[in-house]
Design a protein around this ligand. Structure first.
Ligand code: NAG
Length: 254
């Protein structure tokens, strides 16, 4: 390697930064690309892989995204990212905060944003329209806490639930910037607990759940590897039903 090539390599490493640094630096941005959903619908999709249904299109006012590697087999569902594009004169410094509600890969982009979110990266409406016309842009992104000030974490019983044999639910309004990596369902009197599996996306499911009022405990895991069990004050009633929503009574701030 000639010295000039080595210098060039060093130069490009400095410019690109390293993913290892990004993972340990909460205020640092990683680099990628973003595209947008082709739909004429400016919001996200109701059929996203996370299985939030219509919520998957309307969370954060429609500022939602599909993720490719950040989807992490469903663990990434519900995570929030600050995404900002980098075209001078067009992109706002604030970027847009999006929630992951779907899985997808396109054009080596980490994000497939709703058109609503994609346009919001622009510093004005006309800049947003110009970005949309480009279709793909370089972006910087970092994980940020999700915030739903008027919502508690809510268990939405999945349509696949079948009382009392099959307990399946989605976790709505996931808050903070930690992942939910495990869920335990505990019968509140005998404290018989059963581990619930992530079935797919944001859907957790277990066959033959304990009977009686149920406490759905969530294991949160942060970037630093710290784990905490979150024990909600409200139980899921013993006569739970497919389609019902149960308020956990808890909010998470970090
Ligand atoms: C959240 O749960 C608390 C109980 O822990 C309750 O007082 C409050 O009304 C709930 N908030 C919402 C928005 O449902």
């Amino acid at each position: 390697m000639t010295p000039s090539a080595a210098q060039l390599l060093l130069f490009s490493l400095l410019i690109l930064g390293s993913p290892a640094t990004a993972a340990t630096c909460s205020s640092c941005f990683s680099r990628s690309r973003a595209v947008h959903y082709p739909d004429s619908d400016r919001r996200g999709t109701e059929t996203g892989a996370c299985e939030y249904g219509a919520l998957g299109a309307t969370l954060y006012g429609g500022d939602v995204s599909a993720a490719s590697k950040l989807y992490r087999n469903g663990v990434g569902c519900g995570a929030c990212y600050l995404v900002r594009c980098t075209i001078r004169g067009y992109c706002s410094r604030d970027g847009v905060v999006v929630v992951i509600t779907d899985h997808g890969a396109s054009d080596s982009a980490d994000f497939i944003l709703s058109q609503h979110a994609f346009a919001k990266m622009g510093r004005s409406a006309s800049a947003g329209a110009a970005l949309l016309a480009l279709g793909v842009v370089d972006v910087q992104y970092r994980r940020v806490p999700c915030s739903y000030p008027k919502k508690n974490i809510t268990f939405k019983m999945d349509h696949s639930s079948d009382f009392p044999y099959y307990f399946a639910f989605q976790i709505w309004y996931q808050q903070g910037d930690r992942d939910i990596v495990a869920v335990q369902l505990c019968e509140t009197e005998s404290l018989t607990c059963k581990l619930v599996d992530r079935s797919h996306g944001a859907v957790w499911a277990v066959a033959m759940p304990p009977r009686g009022p149920l406490s759905a405990r969530m294991l949160l895991s942060g970037d630093d590897g710290d784990v905490t069990w979150l024990v909600p004050p409200n139980d899921v009633p013993e006569d739970w039903r497919a389609g019902a929503m149960y308020d956990s009574g808890i909010q998470v701030y970090s």
